[in-house]
Ligand binder design. Structure first.
Ligand code: KG4
Ligand code: ZN
Length: 336
């Protein structure tokens, strides 16, 4: 099943062609708007929407050309319809709907988080359902039991900031460019992860996360330490986040007895975090799987694949009349 996927939920404009039945990416192309938002230290919706509109036609042509696929050969067109920035979502989904209408193909309305949740199948042929998912991105921090496509059981989430937000705010305090996750990972390589003592959220036995204490501690240290070594703070912060994830995932593996832990979302691109999670899995006799970093951060291959898999499993996929849904929890992806 050949699916053209379009992703415009935030500041990446992306297109991809995926063979969903064969779990194969035929092409995946992306334009990152990072530079356009850099001076604002955050994503400006109007700038994002305009950039999506300008870049989409070329990216879509590029994705089709690289896949050597003609538009008429496509079985469906998918786009992210939520969660995300309303106007940004509207750009990609309206573009995809227009294309679907012109080509007489079905339009598949796709949940961005479900894209992240199912993306590991594209690169790990051994991965089977069920699995425990740690989804950590700029907007989400969730522990989810993925039973089958369309059946997601939420076990824990953040009570305050998302993990990626915490990386980005720490980076801002250190004067690093937004989004700061990759820059913190680079800086941390020259630092000592044990140099600065950072708080560990109190263990309440739940699978929920809280990053507010860590965030406050980092801010206090940056503003009160006279000769702060930024690399030591980056390394200590990254190490603390990795240990928080490892601890919670260890607890979730014990509670659910899941055979596999999967990490996905932008923060899962971080090698120190992946290493800590792999160690936890080893200690629990579970398998660890994570897509390559380029598939952890936002991309359209995951959107095309999630849409195709839902279609192949005869799950609800919406249609031309489906509106964008800026807030759309994973466990509300309707199954029919
Ligand atoms: O999944 P994603 O690309 O977009 C969302 O759906 O949010 O995640 C973006 C987030 C940003 O907060 C970014 O700083 C973080 O992922 N990130 C990282 C790394 N690469 C991206 N955080 C830590 N280490 C990284 N290598
Ligand atoms: Zn994402």
């Amino acid at each position: 099943m050949l699916v053209l996927g379009i992703e415009t939920s935030c500041d990446e404009t992306a297109a991809a062609v995926v063979d969903a039945s064969a779990r194969r990416i035929l092409s995946t192309v992306l334009y990152s708007q990072i530079k356009e938002h850099a001076t604002y230290q955050g994503v400006i919706p109007e700038i994002a929407s305009r950039a999506h509109l300008e870049r989409l036609p070329h990216l879509m042509e590029q994705a089709l050309a690289e896949a050597s696929v003609q538009p008429r050969q496509l079985d469906a067109i998918a786009a992210t319809t939520g969660p995300g920035l309303t106007t940004a979502l509207m750009m990609g989904s309206t573009y995809a709907k227009t294309l679907a209408l012109a080509l007489g193909k079905p339009f598949l309305a796709t949940n961005h988080i479900e894209g992240h949740a199912l993306s590991p199948h594209l690169t790990d042929p051994a991965l089977t359902f069920p699995y425990l998912l740690l989804l950590v991105s700029g907007g989400h921090t969730q522990v989810v039991m993925v039973h089958t496509p369309g059946h997601y059981e939420m076990l824990g989430t953040t009570v305050d900031d998302a993990a990626g937000e915490c990386f980005d705010k720490t980076g801002k305090l250190l004067g690093l460019p937004h989004p700061a996750g990759p820059a913190i990972e680079q800086l941390a390589k020259q630092g000592n992860p044990d140099a600065i003592a950072l708080p560990f959220p109190k263990n309440d036995g739940s699978l929920d996360f809280s990053f507010s204490g860590l965030k406050t501690a980092v801010r206090d240290i940056v503003t009160t330490t006279p000769h702060l070594v930024p690399a030591d703070l980056a390394a200590s912060f990254q190490h603390r986040v990795a240990t928080i994830f490892a601890k919670k995932c260890g607890l979730a593996l014990t509670q659910t007895k899941a055979p596999t832990l999967v990490a996905a979302g932008g923060v899962a691109a971080n090698q120190a975090i992946r290493h800590a999670l792999a160690e936890t899995c080893h200690a629990h006799g579970a398998t660890f799987s994570a897509p390559p970093p380029s598939l952890c951060t936002d991309n359209a291959a995951m959107i095309a694949y999630a849409a195709g898999l839902r279609h192949l499993n005869r799950l609800e996929t919406g249609g031309l009349a489906t509106p964008v849904r800026p807030r759309w929890p994973l466990n509300e992806t309707a199954a029919s």
